[in-house]
Design a binder for this molecule. Structure first.
Ligand SMILES: *Cc1c(COP(=O)(O)O)cnc(C)c1O
Length: 356
C-alpha cells in the first residue's frame, strides 16, 4: 500500500497530519465557536429561493468578482466602505491564505502573538511562509512595548493581530493596533472574526482604515451570523489590497450558490444577528460563574471563554466529554476554551464543570 511517506511531498510537510478540531457526536458541542442557534425558518426560505433562482444558470461561471455580494458586505460594515474596498472568499481562512500568497510566501515571514488563532501558523506553513511566534505578556495580554519590541527584532512581511483574540477572547487595546501599524514594515492583518460579540466600547480596526493602506481587516459570517456551513469570509482594506489579492485568487473561487446564499443571508442580517445578544448573556454568565467557582478566566469579547483548570487540561477535557460536553483543548497547559451557546448548553457545561 502506498502511504504519504512514499510520495514526493514537500520536505516541510513531511510527517505532518491534517489539522482540525475533533468532530464528535455529542449532545453539547461547544468546541468550535459556532453559533448554536440554527438558521431561522424565514431565512432558510429566503436562501432556498435565492439558490433556486441560480440553478438554471449553473452552466455559466459565476461573477468572478462577486461585485454585488461585496457591495452588500460593504453596506453591512458601514464606515463609508464601498465594494472596491471589500473582498470575499470561502471563509476568512481562504482570505488569509490569499493574503499570505500575495504578501508573504517563500523567503518571507509572518508573525503573530501567541496564543492566537491556530490557523495563522498553518496557513503560513501551507504557503511556504516562515512563521514567527511572538510572545504575549502576563495573562495573555499584549502591551505596546511588547508588540513593538518583537516587531523590531523580526521585521516580518506580514503581522497577524487577532482581536477579539482566539483563544483568549479579549480584544486588543487600539493603541497596540496603532503602534503595530506604525512599526510593522509590511502588511498588518487584523482578524476580527468575533467583532460582533465585543463588549460595549470596543473599537474595530475598520475605524483607522482610511489612514492605513497596509492594514487589512478580516471578518467572517461563520460566527455571529451563524453561517459557518455557508463558508463566507471577507476583508476590508484599501482598494489596492483588493487588487493585490486578485493576483492570486482562483478564477471563480466563489460559487454562484455561495454568493447567492450569502446575499440572501445578509439581507436578513437583523434576524441572523438577533442571537448575538443572547449569546453574550451566556458568555458573561460563564465568566461570572467560573470565577465564582475559583477558575481563572480571561475577559471575553467573543462567543467563547478561556478558563483555567486544576491539573492537566487533557484530563479535565475528558471529564467534561464523559459528561456529554465537548469543549476545546487549545494546547495551553492548564486551560480550556468553551463556546457560549444556548442557555441549556451553558447549564450543561456549568453542571459538568462543577464535577472537575
Ligand atoms: C472561527 C475563526 C475564523 C473563521 O474562519 P472561517 O474560515 O471564516 O470560517 C477566523 N478567525 C478566527 C480567529 C476564528 O476563530
Amino acid at each position: 500500500m502506498t502511504t504519504l511517506d512514499d510520495l514526493p511531498i514537500r520536505d516541510d510537510l513531511r510527517g505532518l497530519s491534517p489539522y482540525g478540531a475533533p468532530q464528535l457526536d455529542v449532545s453539547v458541542r461547544l468546541n468550535t465557536n459556532e453559533n448554536s442557534y440554527p438558521v431561522p425558518e424565514p431565512v432558510v426560505e429566503a436562501i432556498g429561493k435565492a439558490l433556486a433562482a441560480e440553478l438554471r444558470d449553473l452552466n455559466r461561471y459565476p461573477d468572478r468578482d462577486a461585485v454585488a455580494l461585496r457591495a452588500d458586505l460593504a453596506d453591512y460594515l458601514g464606515h463609508g466602505l464601498t465594494a472596491d474596498q471589500v473582498w470575499a472568499a470561502n471563509g476568512s481562512n481562504e482570505i488569509q491564505q490569499q493574503l499570505l500568497q500575495v504578501f508573504a510566501g517563500p523567503g518571507r515571514t509572518a508573525l503573530g502573538f501567541v496564543p492566537a488563532y491556530s490557523m495563522h501558523p498553518l496557513l503560513s506553513l501551507g504557503t511556504g511562509t516562515r512563521w514567527v511566534p511572538a510572545r504575549r505578556g502576563v495573562d495573555f495580554g499584549l502591551t505596546v512595548d511588547e508588540a513593538v519590541g518583537q516587531l523590531r527584532e523580526h521585521a516580518p512581511d506580514l503581522v497577524f493581530l487577532c482581536s477579539p483574540n482566539n483563544p483568549t477572547g479579549t480584544a486588543l487595546d487600539p493603541a497596540v493596533v496603532l503602534a503595530v501599524l506604525d512599526e510593522a514594515p509590511g502588511m498588518v492583518v487584523v482578524d476580527e472574526a468575533y467583532a460582533e460579540f465585543a463588549r460595549a466600547g470596543t473599537v474595530s480596526a475598520l475605524a483607522v482604515l482610511p489612514d492605513h493602506p497596509r492594514l487589512v481587516v478580516t471578518r467572517t459570517m461563520s460566527k455571529a451570523f451563524g453561517f459557518a456551513g455557508g463558508r463566507l469570509g471577507y476583508l476590508a482594506a484599501d482598494p489596492a489590497v483588493v487588487a493585490a489579492v486578485q493576483l492570486v485568487r482562483l478564477p471563480y473561487h466563489l460559487s454562484a450558490l455561495t454568493q447567492a446564499a450569502a446575499r440572501a443571508a445578509l439581507a436578513h442580517r437583523d434576524v441572523l444577528l438577533g442571537t448575538v445578544d443572547a449569546i453574550k448573556v451566556q458568555r458573561d454568565r460563564i465568566v461570572t460563574e467560573l470565577r465564582a467557582l475559583g477558575h481563572r478566566v480571561a475577559d471575553s469579547d467573543a462567543n467563547f471563554v478561556l478558563f483555567s483548570v486544576d491539573g492537566d487540561q487533557q484530563t479535565a477535557w475528558q471529564t467534561l466529554l464523559d459528561a456529554g460536553v465537548l469543549v476545546r483543548d487549545v494546547g495551553l497547559t492548564g486551560w480550556l476554551r468553551v463556546t457560549a451557546g444556548t442557555p441549556a448548553e451553558t447549564d450543561a457545561f456549568l453542571t459538568a464543570v462543577r464535577r472537575l
